[in-house]
Structure formats: C-alpha cells, structure tokens
Design a protein around this ligand. Structure first.
Ligand SMILES: C[S@@+](CC[C@H](N)C(=O)[O-])C[C@H]1O[C@@H](n2cnc3c(N)ncnc32)[C@H](O)[C@@H]1O
Length: 219
C-alpha cells in the first residue's frame, strides 16, 4: 500500500467511533477505561466477548459478529491502515456487537481483565527466527491468561506447520489442555465446527495449496 493511501486511512481512522487508538505510554500508566467492563459499559449488552489478535483487516471479527449477533467481538492489530477496512464495514453496517483497537497485543492486560471468553489468533506471523515474538510464545500466553475467563479458550489458525507444532508441543509441556486440533482443517471433520471465514492471508495460502492447521486450547 502506498504512503498516500495509508495517510488517508490514518486520517479517516480518527473519525471512527468504533476504533480505539489508545496511546501505549498512557496505557502503561493507567488501565483502559473499559478494562473489566467491556460488556457492561461499552457494548452495554450480554453475550460472549471474543478477541481477534493480529486481526489485520478484521475478517474474523466482522464475520463472526455477523454470524453470532448475540456475542461481542473486538479485533486488535497495530496496523491502522489494515484496521481501517474492518472498522469502515462495522460502522457502515451499524453493527452493535463489534469494535477494533489499534494497539500492540502486548498491551492487552491493560485493556481487559478476566472477561474474555475466546481469543482468535488468525494467521499470526510464524517468526521462524524470533520465537519470543510469536503470538504463542509463553510470555504471550501469560498475557492471555490475564484477560481470559477461567474457562476461556484460544484458537490458532495458521498455514505454518512449524508454528502449529511449536504451539502444540508448548501446550503439552506446560500442562495446558488441547481441546481440538488438526494439521489439515479442510480435510477434517472440525471444519464443520470452525466458523467458515477466510481471511486475506488464508485465501492467499489456500491459493498456494497450503494446508491450514487449527488448534483450540485452554489453560
Ligand atoms: C500475517 S498478518 C495476518 C492478518 C490477518 N489475521 C489475516 O489472517 O489476514 C499478521 C498481523 O498481525 C499483526 N501483528 C503482529 N504482531 C503484532 C503485535 N505484537 N501486536 C499487534 N499486532 C500484531 C500485524 O500487524 C499483521 O496485521
């Protein structure tokens, strides 16, 4: 994407009501105003609270919000130009059960408190050379533990067999619970259970004939 197009999207982002852009330094000093109160004070609705981390254009957030109108969905990514498309869609369609936050995934303990039912990691960067930056590295899992309800679960969808194997082994070694998994979603009966939504990256990987892995686990 060109610089000019990005700048237009950044400017447009400032006008969206359903996009939060908290300043990291401020979040380090003070928790987000809706921490622990997203359902009661922001959405003002009941239902589940579901996060998509590293959501990019937000296809899972928007898609699940449409499929499950009684639940509530928040997409998080650091790239504002990508978020722009998802936010535009939920504002245009006046969807009451979705919003986006532009921030680092690292900041989620300052934004949520044991109130999240489910976390989706949709095609996170596999980071073959930098395990510490993987969204399933133990430090990230500790952050997810702080925001999830005790019975909450985490779903990973990835084309990277390496990231999938790494995460499955980690979950076992840490004594966490694998709920369901497959290293070939489109050849698995799990396909019926996983919301049929394909993100931009998933479409690209499918076009390259890559297999899609899926894992759901809890602490
Ligand atoms: C490979 S893309 C996948 C995007 C989208 N989920 C999809 O499937 O099309 C990974 C996304 O994760 C975001 N990301 C990676 N690390 C992040 C972090 N620590 N905090 C926030 N966003 C992050 C990137 O900005 C990027 O949009």
């Amino acid at each position: 994407m060109g610089r000019k197009k990005k700048l237009i999207r950044f400017k447009e982002n400032k006008s969206f009501e359903k996009l939060f852009e908290p300043v990291t330094l401020e979040l380090m000093k003070q928790d987000h105003e809706f921490k622990g109160k997203w359902l009661s004070d922001y959405f003002k609705r009941s239902g589940r609270l579901v996060l998509e981390l590293g959501c990019g254009y937000g296809e899972y957030t928007v898609g699940q919000a449409k499929m499950m109108p009684n639940d509530n969905f928040i997409g998080i990514d650091i790239k504002g130009a990508r978020l722009n498309l998802g936010v535009k869609q939920i504002e245009e369609e006046k969807m009451p059960n979705a919003c986006f936050i532009r921030t680092q995934v690292e900041m989620i303990p300052a934004i949520f408190n044991k109130e999240v039912d489910e976390i989706w990691l949709t095609f996170p960067d596999p980071r073959p050379d930098r395990a510490r930056r993987r969204l399933t590295y133990p430090l990230f899992l500790d952050r997810y533990k702080k925001v999830l309800k005790p019975n909450g679960s985490i779903c990973l969808k990835t084309d990277s067999k390496e990231l999938y194997d790494y995460t499955c082994e980690l979950i076992d070694s840490l004594g966490y619970k694998t709920i369901e998994k497959t290293d070939s979603l489109y050849e698995s009966t799990l396909l019926e259970k996983v919301p049929y939504i394909q993100t931009k990256y998933e479409k690209r990987f499918l076009a390259e004939n890559k297999k899609i892995c899926f894992l759901r686990f809890s602490f």
